[in-house]
Design a protein around this ligand. Structure first.
Ligand code: PLP
Length: 410
């Protein structure tokens, strides 16, 4: 093995101390295995005990250029001399805010305007606010929004209302009015036309969907389903929101997963790989029309993150990482398909470097995650019994093949 190197028991002594302190002092959130990150290089993460792990998570897609990327470290060095690295970014202007908007708009269809926030949930939250606000501006009543089974749109209360991936995320919390349709992965699904009926029978404020469901299980939407969403929302003049927080920024081999479907949304959200949250809306139709409708202290003001976000886009363009995502994604999927029928693996799916591996049971999925971790391969769960593979977009053949060898050996 060239990349992964684990010696001794996990967690090691330093990791054990930190985890014990965190368990004492912090809410025990969504940790899957006892990894305490110290640093990283390329597609390799080092833990605090000197072990090296091949990272097929990119920190849920948030580190698309891997670790210690020279272009990113140059930006960090530059920003360290700046003296005002974090400002109230919706109250004061800065160049990084302007540069990131310009870069993002250069990879989006024409006509969008951007609003920056801190997180994916906030990006979705503001996407639905833009849709509600359009109705308000037109003197229309507040109505339910539509979202899909298996959807994950974040955990703030607005976004959570339209999340349906796991009951634990929603139990006990109040909700905005919502109508749920089935997320269809096959053109032949009996519910493929459900959106037409929902919009014919109900007045709604928006339709919100992912294109490739992330947390819900790496489910890839059927082409007909996505095109039906676009056609029906156009027919009934309802805004269509695509949530590209996980699938965006080149992850699927195109800048946006919706590009694989020949459709363009009216409003969209992205975050993770971008380093900040972003809500994009068709400026002509959806501008809130008044200052102060949307704002936040740090949105557009975390200048290091904005500057790294600019670099991420520049490097994806310069180093042809969209092509790399497709090529490496194909290699990864082919290798995984050879494992179907072994180790409880029953299905492999995905687009580009957004690859899901379905297991026969939750128990075999959970056990595979831990065995992979102990062998030096970092993976994450998705849905009820799938694993997501979402390595950095800079990944090469050597790392893909080592990841496949580790999967075959666990
Ligand atoms: N939307 C999608 C599609 C996501 O995958 C996520 C996070 O996983 C979110 C929204 C929420 O993003 P965040 O965790 O940054 O709030």
């Amino acid at each position: 093995m060239k990349y992964a190197k684990v010696s001794g028991e996990l967690p090691g002594p330093n990791a054990s101390d930190i985890i014990a302190a965190m368990k004492k002092n912090c809410y025990d959130s969504t940790f899957t295995y006892p990894l305490v990150i110290a640093g990283g290089n390329g597609c390799v993460i080092r833990d605090v005990d000197g072990n090296s792990f091949l990272d097929f998570t990119s920190n849920i897609g948030a580190c698309p250029l891997g670790y210690s990327h020279p272009d990113v470290t140059a930006v960090l060095a530059d920003m360290s001399r700046n003296g005002a690295h974090k400002i109230a970014g919706q109250d004061f202007y800065c160049k990084e805010h302007s540069d990131l908007a310009e870069q993002l708009l250069s990879v989006l269809p024409a006509g969008f305007k951007m609003f920056f926030t801190n997180s994916g949930a906030e990006a979705v939250e503001n996407a639905i606010k833009v849709a509600y606000r359009k109705r308000f501006n037109e003197g229309l009543p507040i109505l339910p929004g539509v979202s899909c089974t298996g959807a994950f749109h974040g955990r703030t209360l607005g976004a959570l209302s339209f999340t349906y991936s796991k009951p634990v995320q929603k139990a006990g919390f109040p909700e905005l009015a919502a109508i749920r349709i089935r997320f269809c992965t096959a053109d032949g699904d009996s519910e493929i036309d459900a959106i037409e009926k929902v919009l014919a029978e109900n007045q709604v404020a928006f339709v919100l969907s992912e294109i490739v469901q992330g947390e819900g299980g790496y489910n890839v939407a059927s082409k007909k389903f996505v095109q039906n969403l676009r056609n029906a929302t156009k027919k009934y003049a309802v805004p269509l929101i695509f949530d590209e927080v996980q699938s965006g920024m080149g992850r699927t081999g195109k800048w946006w997963a919706f590009e694989h479907y020949d459709v363009v949304p009216d409003i969209m959200s992205t975050a993770k790989a971008l380093q900040v949250g972003a809500t994009g809306y068709k400026g002509k139709d959806y501008d809130p029309g008044q200052q102060g409708v949307l704002s936040s202290t740090w949105g557009g003001g975390s200048r290091i993150d904005l500057a790294v976000g600019v670099t991420v886009i520049e490097v994806i363009k310069r180093d042809r990482l969209l092509y790399n995502a497709l090529a490496m994604g194909d290699r990864l999927k082919k290798g995984l398909i050879d494992l179907v029928g072994k180790k409880g693996i029953i299905d492999v799916r995905g687009i580009g470097l957004m690859v899901g591996v379905e297991f026969d049971t939750k128990a075999s999925r959970d056990s595979a995650l831990i065995r992979a971790f102990r062998s030096g391969l970092l993976l994450l769960p998705a849905g009820q019994k799938a694993i997501r593979m979402i390595p950095p977009l800079v990944i090469g053949i050597g790392e893909i093949d080592e990841g496949l060898e580790l999967m075959a050996s666990i």
